[in-house]
Design a protein around this ligand. Structure first.
Ligand SMILES: [Zn+2]
Length: 70
């Protein structure tokens, strides 16, 4: 997904692995957003959980998978 930095106004991309990691973290810590660091100015931009889910529709919560063993 593409993010436009609020601080330096440069675009940068979050790849699928980064989005999945962000969703894992946000779910584990019960956060409604993720702080995505900008590679240009190193400051963080808030990305909502909903936006992350829209960018990675194939992501599934890990805790839910663990209960269905077999
Ligand atoms: Zn920036």
């Amino acid at each position: 997904m593409q993010i436009l930095c609020y601080h330096c106004h440069k675009p940068y991309a979050l790849n699928k692995a980064a989005i999945h990691a962000a969703l894992d973290l946000a779910t584990a810590e019960n956060l409604s957003h993720y702080d995505a660091p900008c590679p240009h100015c190193r400051r963080v931009n808030r990305v909502s959980h909903k936006e992350l889910l829209r960018a990675a529709p194939d992501w599934k919560p890990q805790a839910a998978e663990r209960s269905t063993n077999e």
